[in-house]
Ligand binder design. Sequence first.
Ligand code: GAF
Length: 383
Amino acid sequence: MNSAALAAAFAERFGTEPDGLWSAPGRVNVIGEHTDYNAGFVLPFAIKHSTTVAAAVRRDRTVRVSSTFAPDDEPVEADLDLLTEGGVHGWAAYPLGVLWAMEQSGHRCPGLDLLVDSNVPVGAGLSSSAALECAVAVAVTDLAQTGMSRRELAGIGQLAENRMVGAPTGIMDQSASLLGKPGHAVFLDCRSGEARLVPLDLEAAGLELLVIDTRVSHSHSTGGYAARRRSCELGAEQMGVPALRDLTVGDLGRAADVLEEETFRRVRHVVTENARVEAAVEVLTGSSPAALGPLLVASHASMRDDFEISCPELDTAVEAALAAGALGARMTGGGFGGSAIALARVSDVPAIRSAVEQAFASADFRAPGIFSVLPGAGAGRAG
Ligand code: GAF
């Protein structure tokens, strides 16, 4: 819904005008999957799909959160002094988790009324969770004038997700949502927190980046994501390094000797993926984004075979897109469902779309959602 409609819906829901509107985008990750919590590298960008919150400060310590998706539901209400880790369930855990995390980090929050609206598809691997966390985080930091940096706000979103929602995710999604800039991808070193904007002008290169939403919904609070994280931590421990970031491709021979077979493959994915991110940044600084293709293909194979986080729908999307002329394609995000991306020349897009749709129909999968994305702006005030 547009800003005026959201402000009007807020007034109807809470009987008062909002103090303002704040938006934060979802993201796609160009490359660098499951590397963030291994202190490694990622290269996501913010997309135009976003979550917007209308917010008004209250005089007490009560928070009420409501969403445009459930206009008839009573707002979820909480007392800021009584919020506890893991104590909120359902979607309200994200906004209330952000307030809890801010207070945990020493920033006193005001009581608030919040109305949430979003067009980031949920469960599609495009970071609807981070978009919600970051929209609330920028709203609160503006309203309470906490003076927190974007990097600190990303940490707040992650803390909310890890400790209130219970999903052991890394820092990539919040960073993309907060640091994104039109025409650029965000190259983030997840150990130092240093971020560099890397030009990614798809239009000038005659390219499109397609998102293929498999409509297989996934959640990072369930077992697969946490199990992969544990394997990585075990691999690092057995290799005697603080994090898998500290291993290079040259260490893989020793890793094969030291680690049990499955852990070795998990480690090999992370180590080679970090190298692919660095190679992708070099490609983007030196030549056309078209040259990313082979890196995307190798990344998908690594996630399918070594990290084992793909699924038949994601593999079908990638294979059909490549067979129809995509320059590269891979699953994006945490895996076990969600979306794939395909990089293609603009002239090849219609053929790729119909090839993917046909492949899904022949396999009896739900029809995928296919749309193109461009790097957009990060979170900020929206009205
Ligand atoms: C999810 C997580 F939220 C990120 O932190 C990241 O680990 C990603 O999966 C995989 O790269 O989006």
